[in-house]
Design a binder for this molecule. Structure first.
Ligand SMILES: Cc1ncc(COP(=O)(O)O)c(C=O)c1O
Length: 339
């Protein structure tokens, strides 16, 4: 699997991190379309700067919501469907109809872009249905709205693909990235622009700039990291670990532990959603989630817990034995916490 941006994406505006990548992606979309509004999901995180935090859906937006022109909508999440759906197909179809209604009610000619994480990460590693982005692409094209894909967390191998969007059948107009582009060795991020968007700034100056944009240290770390990832087949490793190890082994935990409500993910990007009761899906209480973290600490397993979810996101270089060992410890942790 070779690393690449999609065909027709030749220009990158480099930033210092993910938030300013999204900030500049939204700016480019607004300048390109001459429109103001950005539509994004309630279940997302896009960063901690002015427009990025307003585009964010989760609790961090509320005390920081000072940027104008942001509208939120619901994206697919079958386990807790907003649309009373019972299959991924229904969830996809109804979520798309909902998005189109939001666009129509907001006024298509006021909307610059729809901004979506390719896999909502912090919000719960919610893998979108196969046809969702294709549907969003059709709707955005119909109304001449740009589509921005945020690959900041999911990009560069985490899902077992260079970009998470590679597993879907669509091409956005703009891609934002950061984190995994150089494994975080040196802060870096950026905005990859499709040719039409990039060419808009051939004869007008893009009114944005960052002192450290394209900093040689960050750039050489990107090149070296991606060369190493390619040579060592690290993205393929992440794919295989997801398919052959984490997927089956976490599913086996679901079969064993009644307080696991759902296991979902791909590559090295998995969520174990914990519930008090599988029928009501009531989220597992904070005290038990804290106990899970403490039981992990006791056994040398650092667990990333977000609300009622355990995010299983080991490094892309993890071996099958290491991943298996991690799941075995998680099994003990859940037993010790009475789950
Ligand atoms: C999907 C997504 N977008 C943007 C950001 C913001 O990136 P940064 O913290 O590098 O500014 C994050 C950070 O976690 C993220 O997960």
């Amino acid at each position: 699997m070779a690393r690449r941006a999609p065909e027709g994406f030749d220009k990158v505006f480099f930033t210092n991190a993910g938030a300013d990548a999204n900030e500049n992606a939204m700016r480019a979309a607004r300048l390109f379309t001459g429109r103001d509004k950005i539509l994004s999901s309630y279940r997302c995180y896009h960063g901690n700067t002015g427009a990025a935090i307003s585009a964010t859906g989760d609790w961090r937006r509320k005390p920081n919501d000072y940027s104008r022109g942001h509208v939120h909508f619901f994206t697919p999440y079958l386990y807790r469907s907003e649309f009373s759906a019972t299959t991924q197909e229904e969830e996809c179809e109804r979520a798309l109809a909902h998005l189109e209604h939001v666009i129509q009610f907001e006024g298509p000619d006021t909307i610059a872009a729809v901004l979506l994480e390719s896999v909502p990460g912090t919000a719960g590693i919610i893998i979108p249905p196969k046809d969702y982005f294709k549907g969003v692409r059709e709707i955005t094209k119909k109304y001449s709205i740009l589509m921005i894909t945020d690959e900041v967390m999911a990009g560069f191998g985490r899902t077992g693909f260079w970009f998470a969007l590679d597993d879907y059948d669509y091409t956005p107009d703009i891609i934002s990235f950061a984190k995994g582009c150089n494994s975080g060795y040196v802060p870096a991020g950026g905005v990859i622009m499709s040719d039409p968007v990039a060419h808009r700034f051939d004869d007008i100056v893009f009114p944005g700039g960052l002192t450290y944009s394209g900093h040689p240290l960050a750039m050489s770390a990107i090149v070296a990291t991606q060369e190493a990832m390619e040579e060592e087949h690290i993205v393929d490793n992440a794919y295989t670990i997801g398919k052959d190890v984490l997927g089956p082994q976490l599913t086996a935990l679901y079969d064993k532990h009644p307080k696991i409500g759902e296991v979902r993910g791909k590559g090295v990007f998995w969520a174990v959603e914990m519930v008090a009761d599988r029928t009501t899906k009531e989220p597992l209480d904070d005290a038990t989630m804290k106990q899970i973290v403490a039981e992990g600490d006791k056994r040398g397993l650092i667990l990333g817990v977000h609300n009622n979810r355990i995010h299983v996101t080991p490094p892309c270089v993890i071996s099958a034995d290491e991943a298996t060992q991690g799941v075995e410890i998680l099994d003990q942790v859940l037993t010790a916490a009475g789950c």
